[in-house]
Design a protein around this ligand. Structure first.
Ligand code: GDP
Ligand code: GDP
Length: 454
């Protein structure tokens, strides 16, 4: 059963602690037997024997913490990945592609005593397309006489081949130095999460009640900014406590300064909205519960989703809601907001303060989802079950297989699925629905992209 090819084990995804920059990821890739595992052991300073005699032994971890010259990073070890001997060439390319996706930089290992093979050339092509930085290791150069073999590998077009002997440690220091020179300081797979209060945008069309709500939530609990250590402050942002937790409400100056209805005001209002969303981690979109949903409302909601920010929907002016309107509101939610059922909804009244205390919980839950990472092993186990329960529909007698998936980033969660064929939109939506049912993700958009290998 190879519906999901590489799904076992604790992948040890290199997750950064809150407030810590995610460590960059170096993947070590190459054909079987070129010496990847031996090299990984050198790099991570592992003494115990990890090079198994049996080929195709799946190891329990894929990423390992490593350090070189004071730099901390993670190593993705592809050495133990299942290799099915029949389709060896395609498997190598497949695994290389997964590893490249996970990586910030790649160490490509070639056996200098063999030279570049057709499979190596295919991997080079993948590397070129990825645009990721690469260092080329010419392995099994156990002595000076092998240096000439290494020089042949200039032909791969990846720059200088670094002659090494992973077995004896020869040249490994220079190779790592070259790798550190191209490895970014911080992983792209997750933004640097700043410490300090998180950033909230309060947005919505004019007159929906933004300034009223801002006054309500700020009024009760004012914060002396200097009390919060280590915060840099933008004068248009305001620090406001929600249930005792400080948040930056971004661009509040624009809300407080009443903008007069002059020509072009709409345009500037929407620019300001976009800027606030961009600056925030979570957006609270205010809708007027007493009025029909407008195009402007849905545009603001879409802006939040497109920007990949966490979302809370707040129905304001609930005090004006009369029971006759209730069914219309429900119908609007089912029809026009059906794509946003994952966003928490709170009904509030900025005027009376009714339920405004519920904003805090919704904001917190959405941010938690926005930050969430599903470990690769769990994700693939989940997909394995999903595929078993409901396989992709047959297309022309063929069935695209899901080979492997990984969460490439958080904030918002982004998933990459590797499949043997195109996945229909309906099936992708099914996957998203199941992801949400299984893992939650309340309040955050999710991105799923599919990479198809020919
Ligand atoms: P992988 O399949 O790419 O992970 O390769 P391994 O690390 O398992 O190594 C395959 C074989 O090559 C093993 O027998 C290693 O001992 C051997 N090997 C690895 N590096 C070197 C090296 O620098 N010189 C020599 N002579 N043999 C090596
Ligand atoms: P903004 O343009 O989004 O900042 O909206 P404002 O806060 O200025 O509110 C516009 C109008 O709606 C004002 O007259 C407010 O008093 C009124 N308003 C705001 N929130 C509520 C509410 O919860 N209930 C009622 N009845 N009126 C509200």
């Amino acid at each position: 059963d190879d519906d999901v090819a590489l799904l076992d084990g604790d992948w040890g995804d290199g997750e950064a602690a809150p407030g810590e920059a995610p460590k960059p990821v170096l993947a070590i890739i190459g054909r079987p037997n070129v010496g990847k595992s031996t090299l990984v052991n050198r790099v991570i300073g592992r003494r115990e024997a990890v090079v198994e005699d049996k080929p195709g032994v799946t190891r329990d971890r894929v990423t390992y913490p490593a350090e070189w010259a004071g730099r901390e990073f993670h190593v993705v070890d592809t050495g133990g990945w299942e290799v099915d001997v029949a389709g060896i060439e395609s498997k190598v390319a497949e695994q290389a592609e997964v590893a490249i996706t996970l990586a910030d930089a790649v160490m490509f290992v070639v056996d200098a005593t063999v030279g570049a093979t057709a499979t190596d050339e295919r991997v080079v092509e993948l590397l070129r397309r990825s645009g990721k930085p690469v260092v080329l290791a010419a392995n099994k150069v156990d002595g000076p006489s092998g240096e000439a073999d290494a020089a042949y590998l200039w032909s791969l077009g990846l720059g200088e081949p670094h002659p090494i002997s992973a077995l004896h440690g020869r040249g490994v220091g220079d190779l790592l130095e070259a790798a550190m020179a191209v490895l970014p300081k911080v992983s792209e797979h997750g933004e640097l999460r700043p410490t300090g209060p998180r950033r909230v945008a309060l947005v919505g069309r004019p007159n929906v009640g933004k300034s009223s709500l801002l006054n309500k939530v700020a009024g009760s609990e004012r914060v002396v900014v200097d009390e919060i250590a280590g915060t840099t402050r933008d004068p248009v942002d305001e620090l406001i406590l929600l249930k005792g937790v400080p948040y930056w409400f971004v661009d509040t100056a624009g809300i407080r300064r009443r903008v007069h209805q002059t020509s072009g005001a709409d345009f500037y209002a929407s620019l300001r909205t976009a800027a606030a969303i961009e600056k925030a981690e979570v957006a609270v979109v205010l809708l007027d519960a007493s009025q029909p949903l407008t195009e402007q409302d849905t545009r603001v909601l879409q802006q939040v989703v497109d920007a990949g920010r966490a979302l809370v929907i707040a129905y304001n002016k609930w005090d004006l809601m009369d029971e006759d309107r209730r069914p219309y509101l429900e119908r609007e939610i089912e029809k026009e907001l059906v794509q946003l059922t994952w966003a928490p909804r709170v009904n509030v009244s900025a005027r009376t303060g009714w339920h405004t205390d519920r904003l805090a919980g919704a904001v917190e839950r959405s941010l938690e989802s926005w930050d969430m990472r599903i470990p690769t092993g769990r994700l693939n186990a989940f997909l394995g079950e999903l595929v078993a329960a409901k396989p992709h529909p047959l297309r022309g007698g063929k069935q695209p297989r899901i080979l492997f998936a990984t969460q490439a980033s958080t904030r918002p969660p982004r998933f990459v699925i590797f499949a043997s064929g195109f996945l229909e939109a309906g099936y992708r939506r099914f996957i998203e629905r199941r992801l949400r049912e299984t893992f939650g993700f309340e309040g955050t958009p999710i991105e799923i992209s599919v990479r198809v290998r020919e």
